[in-house]
Design a protein around this ligand. Sequence first.
Ligand SMILES: [Zn+2]
Length: 360
Amino acid sequence: MNATPEGHFPLDYRSGRAAFLKACTAAGLGAITRVHPKARGRDGKPLFLDTVTLGPREATSALLLISGTHGVEGYFGSGVQSGLLQNGLAARVPKGSKLVLLHALNPYGFSWDRRVNEDNIDINRNFVDHANPPVNKAYAALADWIAPRNISPEAMKSANAKLRAYADAHGAFALQQAISRGQYAYPDGLYFGGQNDSWSVEIARDIFREEIAQVRKLIVIDFHTGLGPHGEGEMISEDMPGSAPYRRAKKMWGVRVKSSEAGESVSVPLTGTIDKAFAAWMKGELTFAALEMGTAPTREVFRALRHDNWLHRFAGVTHSAAETIRREIRGAFYPDTAEWKRKAWSAADEAVAAALSALG
Ligand SMILES: [Zn+2]
């Protein structure tokens, strides 16, 4: 059995899903499976989004744990969900509350080792009104340099020079914001929030309706990787310091809580996130955090994302560099070392324990 924390982390989407379902069965829980209507995994097989509920379905307080919003970041969240179930999570549900575990919100990205979905959409930018999407003018000015069509060393050098010039003129934070806030006009670009609702967004809405609509007190932890120092975890809140949800998050998770909206966080303020969608849908009290585990230097993560985008949007997956690029992006979002996994596990375990005691 997986007695060590690092033993919980999966090899790939398929084994992560198998471990999750096995842990549900072993705990006497029935998972609900939704099959992806069009995308297939890297192995050519169907893809699934699985959910399980622990505790009474009619409970009015709940903790929701989401993995794989950004596919390739799913190794972390999937491992945490399976490990918690194996370690007896079912017995820890406070009386009158329930836990909902959503496994692989973006199963395509998890299976293919991509952050985005099959349409190059960043699910955590996709929750917007597509008739009236946010405008990211700074991205537009830099689009060709952020997501180059040519990744030869010379082309990358000149693209990087353009981005550096922007940072010199406007600051590093402004550059990060231009790149990663979310954009809705360049389907072949990075951090593309889509021009319609993805399947993942539709399913998230369904799950909200079925499981959360009657809940009056909700805590959400959405598991992410790729930002911040290697092995350090930050609980990213999109609420402003001083607001009630931010104060609740601070009380629950302490110094790890940082507000992206206030510029405290490793993340800039974002558009179209699940956090903002839930805040709009929720009738009761919501405390939401993305647990972001740092992996590799920003430069390496950004390079991996640009290579991945180039491969899938311009070169095609049959290109000879495909396997090298897949390994590069997997490594950028999932450091495959026992040391990193132990740190990631303990940050997640602590965050969940604090949420459970806040519920109870
Ligand atoms: Zn993420």
